[in-house]
Design a protein around this ligand. Structure first.
Ligand code: UD1
Length: 422
C-alpha cells in the first residue's frame, strides 16, 4: 500500500487547478442509465471512485469510454443488459446506490447490493428507499440486496418530504422522478451544488425540473430522455482543501476555477480565522493575514452551511490557531477519526460526542500517521506540511478516491511531498 512522505516546510506559493467535482460526477454518471442516447461528461475528475462507477455501469451493460486522459467520459446505455448491481463493486463505494433510481425508473426493476464506503457513521439508505416507495416502488430487502420493482413497469409521481436532508437520497429520487408518470414534488430536498448540476444535466437530457438549489424540487415526468453533453461543476471540496494549504503554511495560492458561491460558509469561517480570499479573473486567491490564524468555531450543516467534507481539513488548520476552537459535526456522528492521528502530531484535541475542542499549539511535529477516510487523509497532509520534521501518511488509497494528483498539485506550490510505493 502506498504512503505519502511530507517534509514540513515554509510558505506555499503558486497556482492549483481545481478539478470537476467527484460527488457531482458520481451522480451524473448513473444518469446515463435513464436514456438510450449517449451522455458525454466533460471536466471529469481522474479518480479511483470514478473508475469504480465506470466498472459498475459497465457491469450493467453501459458503455463508458474515458477520453482525453480521463477528462471526458463518453457514456452510453442503449440497453441495460443486467439489472443487478453486485456486492463486489457496490461495497467499494457508497455512491453505487445511485444506480437504483435510474434503473428502476427506466425498466421498472432493479436489484442493488446495500452499499459500503467510508467508515464515517452508520450511513443507512432508508431515505433513498422511502422516496422510491412513495413513487410506488415495491421493495424487498433480501440477502444484503435491495430488490425493487415498479408495478406496471413505471414509477408514478408523488409528493415526498425528506425527514432530514440527504444529498444522495435527493439525487436518487430526482433521477427516478424524471421518468415517473406524473408530477413529483421533493420537499426538504438537498440544495448542494451537485444537485443543481445534476438537475441541469437532466434538463439537457429533456427532463422537466424546477426548483433545484431550493428545498422544493418539482419534476414533471416525461416518457423518455435523450442524450446530452454536460460539464461537471468545480469540486468545492477539493477547492476548500487547497484553500487551506496557504492558510496553514503561509504564502499565496491561486485556485483556478474556484468560485465563492460554492464555498460561501467556508470562506466566512476562513475570514474569521484571519485568512484572505479574493476573487481573480481565473478563480480565487488565498493568503493568511498574520503569522498565526485565530481560533474559530465550526458547525457542519447541509449546504449552504459549512460542509462536513471540509471539517477534517479545517481541524488541521485550527490545530495551530491562537486559542480554542470547537468543531461540531452534525452530519456524520463518527467523523472525528482524524483527531487521534492529529494528536500523534502534537495537536491538542478533545473529542466528546459530536464535538471536538481544539486548543491551538505553536507547531505540530511530524509523525507516522494513518489515513482513516478520504477527507481525513488530506487533513493529515495539510497538517504535515506545516509541521516540524517528516510525516509519513499510510493507507493513502483513500486519498486517490477523491483527490487527483495531490502530490503534483502541492509540489507545484513548493511543498515537499512525495509518494512512496509500497
Ligand atoms: C454525500 C457526499 C458526501 C458528503 C455527504 C454530506 C457523495 C458521493 N457523497 O454523501 O461526500 O459527506 O453527502 O454532505 O455525494 N442518511 C440516512 N439515511 C439515508 C441517507 C442518509 O440516515 O437514506 C444520513 C447519513 O447517515 C448522514 C446524513 O443522512 O448522517 C446525510 O447523508 P447524505 O446527505 O445522504 O450523504 P451522502 O449522499 O451519502
Amino acid at each position: 500500500m502506498d504512503s505519502i512522505l511530507v517534509k514540513g516546510n515554509g510558505a506555499l506559493n503558486g497556482v492549483i487547478p481545481i478539478a470537476g467535482a467527484k460527488n457531482a460526477c458520481l451522480t451524473l454518471m448513473p444518469a446515463t442509465l435513464l436514456s438510450e442516447e449517449p451522455l458525454t461528461l466533460t471536466n471529469a475528475p481522474r479518480l479511483s471512485d470514478i473508475r469504480t462507477m465506470t466498472q459498475l455501469l459497465q457491469s450493467l451493460g453501459a458503455e463508458v469510454a474515458s477520453l482525453q486522459d480521463g477528462l471526458v467520459l463518453a457514456l452510453s446505455s442503449h440497453k441495460i443488459s443486467n439489472h443487478t448491481a453486485d456486492y463486489d463493486i457496490v461495497r467499494k463505494m457508497r455512491a453505487s446506490i445511485l444506480v437504483l433510481g435510474p434503473m428502476l425508473a427506466r425498466d421498472g426493476h432493479a436489484i442493488v447490493s446495500l452499499p459500503g464506503g467510508c467508515a464515517i457513521g452508520a450511513r443507512p439508505v432508508d431515505l433513498h428507499l422511502r422516496a422510491l416507495e412513495a413513487m410506488g416502488a415495491e421493495l424487498d430487502l433480501r440477502d444484503g440486496y435491495i430488490h425493487a420493482k415498479a408495478p406496471g413497469g413505471r414509477l408514478r409521481g408523488a409528493v415526498f418530504a425528506f425527514p432530514f436532508v440527504s444529498v444522495g437520497a435527493t439525487e436518487n429520487a430526482l433521477m427516478a422522478a424524471t421518468l415517473a408518470k406524473g408530477t413529483t414534488v421533493l420537499e426538504n430536498a438537498a440544495r448542494e451544488p451537485e444537485i443543481v448540476d445534476l438537475a441541469r444535466c437532466l434538463r439537457r437530457m429533456g427532463a422537466q425540473i424546477e426548483g433545484e438549489g431550493t428545498s422544493t424540487i418539482t419534476i414533471q415526468g416525461v416518457d423518455r430522455l435523450g442524450g446530452a453533453t454536460h460539464p461537471v461543476v468545480t469540486d468545492r471540496i477539493e477547492l476548500g482543501t487547497y484553500m487551506l494549504a496557504p492558510a496553514i503554511c503561509g504564502g499565496e495560492v491561486e485556485l483556478l476555477g474556484g468560485r465563492i458561491d460554492l464555498v460561501g460558509a467556508f470562506c466566512e469561517r476562513l475570514d474569521a480565522a484571519g485568512v484572505n480570499v479574493t476573487e481573480t479573473a481565473r478563480g480565487l486567491k488565498v493568503s493568511r493575514r498574520n503569522g498565526r490564524v485565530n481560533a474559530v468555531d465550526v458547525v457542519t450543516e447541509p449546504f449552504p452551511g459549512f460542509p462536513t467534507d471540509l471539517q477534517a481539513q479545517m481541524m488541521a488548520l485550527l490545530c495551530t490557531a491562537d486559542g480554542v476552537s470547537v468543531l461540531e459535526e452534525k452530519i456524520f456522528e463518527n467523523r472525528f477519526m482524524h483527531a487521534p492521528e492529529l494528536i500523534r502530531m502534537g495537536a491538542r484535541i478533545d473529542v466528546h460526542g459530536g464535538h471536538a475542542t481544539v486548543t491551538g499549539v505553536d507547531r505540530l511535529r511530524g509523525a507516522r500517521v494513518m489515513a482513516t477516510d478520504l477527507r481525513a487523509s488530506v487533513s493529515l497532509i495539510l497538517a504535515a506540511m506545516a509541521a516540524e520534521g517528516e510525516t509519513v501518511v499510510s493507507r493513502v488509497y483513500h486519498l486517490d478516491r477523491g483527490y487527483e494528483r495531490v502530490e503534483e498539485k502541492l509540489q507545484a506550490c513548493g511543498a515537499h511531498i512525495q509518494r512512496i510505493a509500497g
